[in-house]
Design a protein. Structure first.
Length: 447
């Protein structure tokens, strides 16, 4: 069932994003991992084998649009259902209509936007109708469905993860809107490739935001007769941002994240905050920065200050929950904390050293003593024989060998004296002294 426009509403009165909404998969931009030729979701749609599903992804990536395309291609009635404005009463009314459709041989696709906002009782109300096949439920959510959708309902739905659009995909979308007669195709709009790239970068993967910004820029462009010219200054005014030297896919992207990382490593909070602002104000995805800060917390701080990882993860969650511009202060808190925290790369060096051995010594067998003897045969073969349960000992320590014979005495983790890591260093020395005393090698590193 297609969108209806009332007699009092012109199609041109709708926002650009609504006017140029893709009508089929060929017009749909993005999600190539699901909708490219031969990909799983495309095959299901083209073969009319659609079942109930959940679209999980950030705003503006086409969740609603894709549901409408599926309804159109599978000749199903489309019901748009908002979790914000609907309760159990409305659910039951819609379900009754869907059941009547089923009896007449018609399919109903019920699209539920923001399904994570429904409580358990509301979600449970869908279950019998999904099981009977009265409806094909397509839910959309920006939150992890594993935590936000009831297990019973989730088990009956296939989850598809939709990704933020790339800058190239957004530029393709913007150029299409400029040419499409439903957009600005019947107008002489002149806009440079640079301005299109600026709008795409500003949108941060959100197609709706990109189209809204383009529409605002065109409406505020310089008009000369039949020609509208969109200048760089117009785009900057519409985005309230200066176009800083920044290219998410180019060298400057990596230069700036490197500058942030090295400023934090050099314990320079002022420089770190400056580079953070440079990226955010140029339109960088705060989630990307938060991921990099989280990596830094373990790579460059580690056990010198275990709280660093907690701060970084909390900042990541804050960015995910509230986005820009509000999350800028959370990232600033994390970046300043990382800059001032004591530094240690001992964990990074430990893994890199262990990785080298792991890759070159893949055939090393697990010592029998620490293998799990889950069957009678395994027990007969000596699996787990001689295993010592550390909790049963007074010191909570044993002299049991856990490394393969060829790696005995190998040390990967070498703690520093920085911050809290000094305590871990002392503890490791105590453990080695105990093991040496109890016969586990002269230095406590192996027999």
């Amino acid at each position: 069932m297609s969108e209806q426009i009332t007699m009092f509403e012109k199609e041109t009165d709708q926002p650009l994003a609504a006017r140029v909404r893709p009508r089929d998969l060929n017009e749909f931009v993005g999600q190539k991992h699901l909708l490219g030729e031969g990909k799983v979701l495309r095959r299901l749609i083209e073969n009319d084998k659609i079942g109930s599903m959940i679209f999980w992804g950030p705003p503006g990536v086409g969740k609603t649009t894709l549901a409408r395309i599926i309804a159109r291609m599978t000749k199903s009635e489309f019901i748009d259902f908002s979790a914000v404005t609907s309760g159990i009463k409305e659910i039951k009314q819609v379900m009754e209509q869907a059941e009547r459709n089923r009896r007449f041989g018609d399919k109903t696709i019920l699209f539920v936007d923001e399904i994570h906002r429904f409580n358990k009782a509301q979600q449970d109300a869908f279950l019998p109708y999904v099981e009977k096949g009265s409806i094909i439920l397509i839910g959309a959510t920006t939150e992890n469905p594993s935590f936000e959708v009831n297990g019973a309902l989730l088990s009956r739905c296939k989850v598809f993860v939709l990704q933020a659009l790339t800058s190239d995909e957004l530029e393709e979308l913007l150029r299409h809107a400029l040419k499409d007669e439903r957009g600005f195709g019947d107008q002489d709009v002149r806009i440079s490739d640079e301005c299109i790239a600026m709008i795409a970068n500003f949108a941060n993967g959100d197609a709706r935001s990109a189209l809204s910004t383009l529409e605002m820029a065109v409406l505020n462009g310089d008009v000369d007769g039949e020609t509208t010219t969109v200048t760089r200054e117009t785009v900057e005014q519409c985005t309230s941002k200066k176009s800083l030297l920044y290219d998410k896919n180019g060298e400057e992207h990596y230069n700036l994240i490197s500058a942030l990382h090295k400023s934090m490593r050099n314990s320079d909070p002022d420089a770190a905050v400056y580079w953070l602002a440079r990226m955010l104000e140029a339109g960088e995805d705060p989630i990307y920065i938060a991921r990099r800060v989280t990596r830094f917390a373990s790579e460059d701080i580690g056990l010198a200050d275990p709280r660093a990882l907690e701060i970084a993860v909390a900042a990541y969650q804050a960015c995910h929950l509230i986005g820009m511009p509000e999350c800028s202060v959370h990232l600033t808190e994390a970046v300043v904390y990382m800059s001032l925290a004591p530094k240690s790369n001992a964990l990074y060096m430990a893994y890199e050293s262990a990785k080298k051995d792991a890759l070159t010594m893949l055939a090393e067998p697990v010592p029998l003593v620490i293998r799990n003897a889950s069957t009678k045969l395994m027990k007969e073969l000596g699996y787990g024989k001689g295993y010592q349960y550390a909790h049963d000992t007074d010191d909570k320590l044993t002299d049991m060998q856990c490394l393969p014979d060829s790696l005995l005495g190998k040390t990967y983790y070498r703690p520093t004296d920085e911050g809290v890591e000094g305590r871990f260093r002392s503890r490791m020395e105590e453990i080695r002294e105990w093991k040496a005393k109890h016969g586990y090698g002269k230095d406590g590193r192996g027999k």
